[in-house]
Design a protein. Sequence first.
Length: 746
Amino acid sequence: MSGIMGMALNNAQLEAAMTTEGPLLILAGAGTGKTRVLIARIAHILSTGRAHPGQLLAVTFTNKAAQEIKERVAMILQRPVEGWWLGTFHALAARLLRRHAEIVGLTPQFTILDEDDQLRLIKQLLQIENIDDQKLPPRQVGDLFARWKDKGLSPEHISNMSPNTLVNPKLPQLYTMYQQRLKSLNSCDFGDLLLHNLHILSKQPEILSQYHQQFRFIMVDEYQDTNTAQYLWIRLLSQQHQNICCVGDDDQSIYGWRGAEIGNILRFGQDFPTAKIVRLEQNYRSTPHILAAASGIIAHNRDRMVKTLRTDITDGDYVQLGNFWDGTEEARFVAEEIESIQRRGEKLGSMAVLVRTAAQTREFEERFLTFGIKYRVIGGLRFYERLEIRDALAYLRLIHQPRDDLAFERIINTPRRGIGETTIRALYQSARTLSCSLLESARHMVQEQLGSTSARRSLAGFIQNIDHWRGMVEQVRHTELARIVLDESGYTEMWQKDPSPDSSGRLENLKELVSAMESFENLAGFLEHVGLVMENAEANPKDMISIMTLHSAKGLEFDTVFLPGWEEGLFPHQRALDDNGQHGLEEERRLAYVGITRARRHLYITYANSRRLYGTWQNALPSRFLRELPKKSLSPIIGSLMAEKWAYFWDQNLQSTFVRQGDYQQSKNRFLLTPARGNMGQDYSYGQALSSKNMVAFKNGDKVFHQKFGYGTVIDCAGEHLEIAFDKAGTKKVIATFLVAAETVK
């Protein structure tokens, strides 16, 4: 115990650190000091001589975490620790594989292929088998192979699969050929590192026994994020001594989309019947109201191991809950609140905006630039720096300015048009000779019939498209032009066919780009704005607010956290519900829990009545997660809905009504917005905004009023979905519950 005497552990932490024999699950809630306990346990084992470093296997999920553990253990022991097996799953598996590479047909000098090399190899195999890579894209094949390997499935397992369950019946054969080709190259991919380990340890009992004797203690961090292959690897290595300690939090399992199996941590007690479970529930990060909000939401999940976070902090702000007309108002409020917090002395670096999807960052980036608030996008690029956005902007730039050679070069073969490096070099040479732009050089090459027939045909089609789109600039609105260009160029279709996990996000970003253009009168104004945005992006200012997705925020913490966009379909995300049903909903709820528990002192949760997302205005219903928040820990945001001073009134059911201050009773009926926005305290169907008894029936010709769009006339009715010709905002489709009769508004 001498090695951890100065670590000031609480009772549960001390119990976890001191329990060294037999299987142990440390169920560590958010902010409960799990890394501290893991380090204390390692230091205790080494300092008391229970094992020397080479007998210790400690698995982390990142190299950064491994380095932190190494440094902090050395600090506690006051000496460097050498020779132990500490690192990520892949790093440790590679170390073991190099010892026994010949068993799987490799040499210890094998190379690990990167993604580009893997795709090149798959393309070669598709050509050998005469398979059209348009019908079976190499990236889709590579992703499928990776998923099989994450599940511990070798070609032998796949060969027994029914062809009816496969996208292409030749996939098992391709998988076998791929693995054989890797061996002939003395190479493997990342998935092979664990797959080959599983083969060695399961087929060579003497080698497995050797590691049973060597590894007296095994520890695994972030156990809730392990996939099947990682789980099987740990099970094999721990089955003799069973001195295995897994640290994790089932409530923070948010990576199911990339193979993580929450069942691994949930069934720990079944896998190890003699297991001891120590719950770390003392939170050192957040205030009582923030913890109450997190606990209130996560308690609605069925698949979880019960624990309740608590804190010794006795004060702290309520969780601020705000409702806004639209996403623009929401972003403006966040920016204004950040400035207010700054004036009170808090640094930008202690604040974060956490969104559900990457496409949401654009609204906040624009607003922060307007307010002069320095920001960084964590875990991703700034909106206008993303590949798909740069590609789309290059099309628009070339249409606006045909002499933009950089834009031409970026998109001439995106999507692929069969224009290779030889043609590009010829275009540059011709442009220099003729002192013209690349576009004019291409036009010259086509007219003079230079180069190959296929290249000229592709160039001619590209030039025809550019000329066609340029002719539309004065004929159609710039947002419509952008949609036409993305569709007719094949760029949208390219991402629709791309099987990679991030393709859907790229498509959402393209729709958000069109949304961003709505705020500008024409294409020229928008492109000038983008140029200024990119010019104003500082390289690395010291004090910046962080913008990131909820997935990227795991493991981080901030004094102040803003959680915008809590609306049905956005959060929980509709795709998660459609693809995975109840399991998808529970993972979304865990994502909400992660977001809430990033906050130390101040937490803002906001939602909008309508949002322009992916190119269209959408009327929104509040997220079902809002009604799961404990009412006693919430406080409404006052006066943030409109420029005029409004008050927020709550009744005992947590229903909200926005009315002019001082005129509550008289205005209550006239200014009542859809009660669904505040009905978090009641059970109701999220598929409809109002019950029929509260529905106002409108017909064609009725004069109506909308709080955002003003006065208008009903021109078409389809149940509660109405088409309104607004006096100033133009024609829009809205839900009836967002309208009141014009004569009731004085």
